[in-house]
Write a protein that binds this ligand. Structure first.
Ligand SMILES: [Zn+2]
Ligand SMILES: [Zn+2]
Length: 573
């Protein structure tokens, strides 16, 4: 039996960790005694009972493509296996059941040769029961056997608890009339395996078939099974309200993590938008196929997601609602950090916080909402798998006061043959670069007195941003890169993740507008964002993002600056 430990059964352990011969009730379904058998196998190898037949998880013979027997075909008593010392000379392939009168002292054994049992029910080679049996034996050779059996057991328990024998018959391909009545009422659903090989073949075959189904097809069945059972009584006040993820999972006792995630995804439509994001239940099929599932693992993305979401992603997640651009960028970043962080256990505080920032005008229609949440799940999965080259938390603590001093700004402007302008222009350049480096939302000001937020200052800054050129942006970036290196940070200035799989994002790509028209309008001195937006037929947010992403060119002579020595000389002062 030890060879089956951790696979088909779990043996009880003594205090000292030594295995006992008794089967643990904590493990998957198993018997303490008893065995099934294949009469054909016994004919071929007289007296050889396979070890796997001692498990309820063995219900079919793969070689002879039949159900196994669980009792003697003559006396119909369970097969008694040889255990311990046997005084009598004993033929293992004959039935050892005592068939004499109960009160007699003399034993009368049945002794019917088990190999002579009539042919057992043939099973379809391609049918669910034989495929399930084959998968179970295959799993035993790998490391995931216990998890696999737990999945089958949890689905079997749900099917049995729901008394849905129509579904068991449909999925397993076995006869409904035969299945009915094979399932005795269980006091505690799921504690023990069904007694007969037929019931086991039906139930496990059906569970296997359901587990193998595409999630689109399995989802409605899973949902049906959940609701076929009465709501579970669960402790209140722990995020366990009726219809909550944890309450629904209580109806699937002992489901392993992989199955729990699948169940919750099947119930996506039953959750609030916050729950869908926190539980990552709307995740698309493409995302599931592309990324390794990390069941139960929670990644907190404080370092990998900036305070304001990357502009390219703001654009993809922009459903066009009446919302301010920086409010949207902050809300989306919040949602991305929260994605998948409260999978099973509800976190009402996180739900409220998320519902508070992610307003309905950012979510659009229910279809847009679903593709937005799916996009967030995809992005979260990607971020959790790649090396994000920027530590955004550290970036936020960058002090504004020690970068781009006047001397550096003048050198930078000289390299572009441009006028450095007065203090105001210098201040806006620093603010621009500070936002680029920290990836904070533009309404935040560097922590310096001269950056007091006022309407005039905001208008000035917008004007500076609108007049940005690709040459100035490139020069500022190369300065910023030297600044970071001087700080000992080998990071790019800006960065944006890519999508591992292309989904139908609810919003457009960031430069999906008439860029040459935008540049031409700017060249003609049209600087008002509202006018630009109207001319291009897009929102102001999209104009602003395009201005930052692809500013026009200013064909004046430029030359590169080697910043490293200038940092050293400024330190020397
Ligand atoms: Zn056989
Ligand atoms: Zn017998």
């Amino acid at each position: 039996m030890e060879s089956l430990d951790g696979g088909l059964l779990t043996l009880r352990r003594q205090r000292n960790g030594q295995l006992t011969a008794a089967v643990s009730r904590q493990g998957t379904w198993s018997w303490n005694a008893g065995t099934r058998y294949c009469a054909d196998c016994l004919r071929e190898q007289p007296g050889v009972f396979k070890v796997v037949w001692r498990s309820p998880w063995s219900f079919a013979c793969l070689k002879h493509k039949t159900l196994l027997y669980e009792s003697c075909s003559s006396c119909h008593q369970p097969v008694i296996e040889m255990r311990g010392r046997n005084a009598d000379i004993f033929d293992a392939s004959r039935c050892r059941a005592h068939i004499g009168p109960v009160d007699t002292t003399h034993q009368t054994l049945c002794r019917t040769p088990l190999s002579e049992s009539p042919a057992q029910l043939p099973l379809d080679a391609e049918g669910a029961p034989l495929r399930a049996q084959s998968a179970i034996y295959q799993a035993l050779n790998g490391s995931g056997a216990a998890e696999f059996l737990r999945i089958l057991q949890a689905i079997s328990t749900a099917l049995r608890g729901a008394q849905n024998f129509d579904l068991v018959a449909t999925l397993s391909g076995l006869e409904l009339s035969e299945l009915r009545g094979l399932f005795d009422e269980e006091k505690h659903v799921g504690v023990s395996a069904p007694t007969t090989a037929y019931a086991m073949a039906g139930l496990v075959g059906a569970s296997f078939a359901l587990d193998q189904l595409d999630e689109g097809q399995a989802g409605p069945l899973i949902r049906h099974l959940t609701f076929a059972r009465p709501p579970a009584s669960v402790p209140r006040g722990q995020g366990h309200g009726p219809g909550s993820p944890s309450e629904l999972l209580h109806r699937w006792p002992q489901a392993p993590a992989q199955l729990r995630d699948k169940i919750l995804r099947a119930h996506d439509q039953d959750f609030t938008n916050s729950q869908r994001i926190l539980g990552c239940t709307s995740v698309s099929r493409a995302t599931l196929l592309h990324h390794r599932p990390i069941p139960g693992e929670v990644r907190v993305r404080f370092l990998t997601v900036p305070a304001a979401l990357w502009p390219a992603w703001c654009s993809r997640f922009d459903v066009g609602g009446p919302v301010d651009g920086s409010t949207l960028a902050t809300a989306l970043a919040h949602a991305l950090r929260a994605c998948g962080t409260a999978k099973v256990q509800r976190d009402p505080q996180a739900e409220n916080a998320l519902a508070g920032v992610l307003r309905p005008n950012m979510l659009g229609t229910s279809q847009q909402t679903t593709s937005l949440i799916r996009g967030l799940c995809e992005l979260a999965h990607t971020l959790d798998e790649i090396d994000v080259p920027i530590d955004y938390l550290r970036r936020q603590s960058l002090a504004a006061h020690d970068f781009l001093p006047r001397a550096h700004w003048e050198a930078l402007c000289e390299s572009l043959s441009r006028d450095p302008g007065a203090a105001r222009r210098h201040r806006n350049a620093r603010r621009y670069l500070w936002h680029r480096l920290t990836a904070l939302d533009v309404t935040r000001f560097p922590d310096e007195p001269q950056y007091r937020s006022s309407r005039a200052a905001a208008a000035e800054y917008t004007d500076f941003r609108t007049r940005m050129t690709i040459e100035l942006q490139t020069a500022l970036d190369s300065y910023a890169r030297a600044y970071l290196q001087h700080q000992g940070l080998d990071e790019p200035v800006t960065w944006s993740p890519w999508a591992s799989v292309a989904l139908p994002w609810p919003g457009p790509e960031i430069l999906d507008l008439d860029l040459s028209k935008l540049h031409a309008l700017l060249g003609n001195g049209v600087l008002a964002h509202g006018v630009l937006a109207r001319e291009l037929g897009v929102s102001v947010r999209r104009v602003v993002r395009a201005l930052d992403e692809a500013p026009p060119s200013d064909p004046r002579e430029t030359k590169a600056v080697d910043w490293a020595p200038m940092f050293l000389s400024s330190v020397a002062h």
